[in-house]
Write a protein that binds this ligand. Structure first.
Ligand code: BG6
Length: 481
């Protein structure tokens, strides 16, 4: 497939996301020879950098964020040669005219054949509408253009409607790519393959055999450098409303008719719509808000923003009735680890003597990081004569061992999909709004009840209340391994 040249404009081009994820992702594409010939990358930000300054900044970022054995002089040179920087104050008509001039200045293109313009909005979502309006007014939006929106879209249901309306006035839904980088992780995409390209799991993938599901995204990093954004967002908006709910969807969804944009998103939407609303007293019972003890110092003022959330959700449909989905995520925890645990029920009849306390229920662990892979935990016979002794054992699939090819970074994969115009791994407007519909009452109840986050120590497992959330149901969080 030969793609036409692309003008990839990054609003927020000097920001944390651009430097840590987007430009390294584009670099990897460059290294693989996947960037369309004639592609330009235009960083837009308020900083007064010229092209040379931006090239230096990006080169330094690539040295910091690209794997050392991937740094190749040729690819670095080719990528930096594509870079431009435009200083733009969003209120300045002159600055917008300069951007217009740059984007229209493509002497290499035959008249009437413009480059594919991709506008990546790596800025706060209140700026999405104003930026789209300006692009439209300058005639920079053609039917081939695409816009990529970073999450969270809006800060609640009402503001997400406003943002989606504002973007939707300029771009058609098929041109809008709402990114959730968790959907770009190999192991997350592999969930669909594991479930639907194999037969052995699907018959037991329901409330009859599944006891409960756990989704954990635990991080060791704090909010360094992103305090201003994070303090307004908090973990529920930053992680649960998007990444964790998207993973829940992939676990819980029905098989789509084929793997395409709308069939997959239709099925995910049904899951979001089937989530049991958490309201009022249920919010108090089924959610935990935490904050690591040094957070206030980091953001420079006392704050009640949560850096940890644990909660118990339910999908109210035929397949999942009564099966709890426990979700937790937090910053400055003991480990960097993202896992999904599908915990099955006990066998119906215990036929081996002395097996109590020795058998553990079957469990499928999907490891997104570190070391992408899967483990099926089982009970096996301990080898040796003298009766049957039971022992836990596991079938282990490690991506690194099973495949020679490295897993691409999520942004690398997703940016390629944007260039090719493949929408399957992006969120549709109705999904984002359904996720907000479920999240909103939790935010409101926390606010109404002035729920203070419980403090936890950096480097710990998070607040003890998260363990109690499961202990109350006679369950516990699974530790990986
Ligand atoms: C981002 C959040 O979307 O995901 C960050 O805004 C978080 O706060 C990050 O650190 C986690 O991503 P990953 O891929 O490192 O687990």
């Amino acid at each position: 497939l030969v793609l036409p040249p692309c003008d990839f404009t990054v609003f927020g081009g000097t920001g944390d996301l651009a430097l840590r994820k987007l430009l390294p992702g584009l670099y990897e594409q460059e290294r693989r020879g996947q960037l369309p010939a004639g592609t330009r990358i235009i960083g837009v930000s308020r900083s007064p950098l010229d092209d040379a300054g931006y090239r230096d900044l990006v080169t330094r970022a690539l040295f910091d964020h690209v794997a050392e054995d991937h740094l190749e002089a040729g690819a670095l040179h080719r990528l930096t040669a594509r870079l431009h920087h435009l200083s733009l104050d969003i209120g300045s008509a002159d600055d917008w005219h300069r951007l217009h001039g740059l984007l229209k200045d493509r002497p290499d293109r035959p008249a009437g054949e413009e480059a594919t313009r991709i506008h990546y909005l790596a800025v706060a979502s209140e700026l999405f509408g104003p930026i789209c309006d300006r692009l439209d007014a300058l005639g920079l939006v053609t039917p081939e253009c695409r816009v990529v929106l970073e999450k969270p879209i809006g800060a609640d249901l009402a503001s997400s409607h406003q943002v989606n309306d504002a973007v939707g006035r300029v771009f058609a839904e098929r041109q809008i790519f709402r990114i959730d980088h968790y959907l770009g992780k190999e192991s997350v995409q592999n969930l669909l393959v594991t479930r639907f390209a194999n037969v052995f799991l699907e018959p037991i993938w329901n409330s009859r055999w599944v006891d409960h599901v756990q989704i954990t995204v635990s991080e060791t990093l704090g909010v360094a450098g992103r305090g201003e954004y994070y303090d307004k967002a908090g973990a529920l908006r930053d992680m649960v409303q998007n990444h964790l709910l998207q993973m829940l969807c992939l676990i819980a969804m029905e098989p789509p008719t084929y793997v395409g944009g709308d069939p997959v998103r239709d099925e995910k939407l049904k899951v979001l719509q089937a989530l049991k609303p958490l309201t009022g007293a249920d919010v108090d019972r089924f959610t935990v808000r935490g904050q690591y003890t040094s957070y206030g110092e980091k953001v420079g003022h006392p704050s009640t923003t949560e850096t940890f959330v644990a909660l118990r959700a339910e999908v109210q449909n035929w397949r999942w009735a009564g099966v709890p989905f426990y979700l937790r995520t937090g910053k400055r925890l003991a480990r960097k680890e993202s896992t999904i645990e599908v915990v099955f029920k006990e066998p119906p009849h215990a036929m081996f003597p002395h097996s109590e306390g020795v058998t553990t229920p079957n469990r499928l662990t999907v490891r997104m990081q570190p070391d992408e892979g899967m483990q099926l935990h089982m009970t096996a016979k301990h080898p040796g004569p003298g009766g049957i002794r039971l022992h836990p054992a596991s079938l282990d699939l490690s991506y690194a061992d099973a495949f020679d090819e490295r897993s691409p970074e999520p942004y690398e994969r997703l940016l390629m999909d944007v260039m090719r115009g493949i929408p399957t791994l992006f969120m549709r407007r109705d999904e984002v709004e359904a996720a907000w519909t479920w999240t909103q009452p939790v935010l409101e109840q926390w606010e109404r009840a002035a729920v203070e986050p419980v403090r936890y120590h950096p480097g710990s497992e998070g607040p003890a209340a998260a363990a109690r959330l499961l202990a109350r149901d006679g369950r516990r969080w699974q530790e990986a391994g």
